[in-house]
Design a protein around this ligand. Structure first.
Ligand SMILES: [Zn+2]
Ligand SMILES: [Zn+2]
Length: 82
């Protein structure tokens, strides 16, 4: 099984909050930038970059193009953090 096959990979369709809470890095998720086409074959915009946690693969709230991105999991509750 591939590294990315251990968990469901999330694009923007929401995610399992329990799984994110169980992440070995929670609450300080470790962000890596990936090319979407590398982990999601057939995705419409394969060259799009995403920041995801290397432990649970939750997408980051702040986008990769933001100079000062919010460092919380996407769709988090409360205020943005940067
Ligand atoms: Zn995580
Ligand atoms: Zn945020």
């Amino acid at each position: 099984m591939s590294k990315y096959g251990r968990y469901r990979f999330w694009l923007d369709g929401g995610y399992d909050r329990d799984q994110v809470g169980d992440c070995e890095y929670h609450p300080d998720h470790q962000w890596i930038v990936i090319r979407v086409g590398d982990v999601h074959p057939g995705y419409r915009w394969p060259d799009e970059k995403m920041a995801i946690c290397k432990g649970c693969f939750v997408p980051r709230c702040g986008h990769t193009t933001e100079p000062n991105p919010c460092l919380l999991p996407r769709h988090h509750e409360g205020e943005h953090e940067s």
